[in-house]
Design a protein around this ligand. Structure first.
Ligand SMILES: Nc1ncnc2c1ncn2[C@@H]1O[C@H](COP(=O)(O)OP(=O)(O)OP(=O)(O)O)[C@@H](O)[C@H]1O
Length: 204
């Protein structure tokens, strides 16, 4: 028996304000795929990611997750998804350690010391996020990719504010996730150097 697509998007129609962002958009995603959503500023890439998550309403169309229709109820998708959006989504008054404890309650931070060292976060664990640079805050948000186990990563501009070393580290992590059968949907305006995602042009 043929296994179901990881995601099947059919005839998606999204309007925001006065604009139609997409009409009858259909595509499917298989396990292990990395998909880069392409499009100019304002094309609707972030809106599409949010529509998949259910935080932007879709006007028409359907979304299947592993063969199950989740258009009306995304809870099964949410259980398996890690979303990191444009804003880093951290509690700014809390320290890096406190944020990680909040978002990754099941892990012992000490067990992840090597990756926190590699991400350059170890010296800042007890610093409030509002005292970090943008790149350090982005690294903190992205460390959840190492600290949690979710099959679907939805990453909106994950490379922004990162230096070359952190970009490479993130690309390597995305590649490992896909080799392990995970799925990554991402947007980025930054050229990628070591991974070649499937590209999905987003335009009306
Ligand atoms: N909260 C909102 N309410 C109404 N319209 C919005 C809202 N957020 C974004 N839009 C509109 O939706 C359209 C698509 O925006 P979106 O952020 O999805 O584009 P994008 O392709 O991700 O852009 P960028 O590359 O600049 O990040 C834009 O016309 C924008 O003005």
């Amino acid at each position: 028996m043929q296994s179901a697509d990881f995601l099947t998007i059919t005839d998606l129609w999204i309007e925001r304000g006065e604009r139609v962002l997409c009409k009858e958009l259909s595509f499917s995603v298989q396990s292990g795929e990395v998909i880069r959503i392409l499009g100019e500023n304002g094309a609707g890439k972030s809106s599409l990611l949010k529509a998949l998550l259910g935080t932007v309403l879709i006007d028409e169309g359907s979304i299947l997750y592993l063969g199950e229709d989740i258009t009306a109820d995304r809870s099964n998708l949410h259980k398996d998804t890690l979303y990191i959006g444009h804003s880093v989504g951290l509690k700014k008054a809390l320290t890096v350690r406190e944020n990680l404890a909040l978002y990754c309650p099941d892990v012992s931070i000490e067990g992840y010391q090597p990756i926190l060292e590699e991400l350059g976060l170890a010296p800042f664990l007890d610093m409030p996020v509002n005292k970090l640079s943008q790149g350090q805050a982005r690294r903190t948000a992205l460390s959840r990719l190492w600290l949690t186990q979710k099959s679907l990563w939805i990453l909106d501009e994950p490379f922004s504010a990162l230096d070359d070393q952190a970009c490479l580290l993130l690309e390597k992590k995305i590649e490992q996730h896909s080799l392990a059968g995970g799925v990554v949907l991402l947007t980025t305006h930054i050229p990628l150097s070591s991974i070649q995602p499937r590209e999905l042009e987003f335009a009306v």
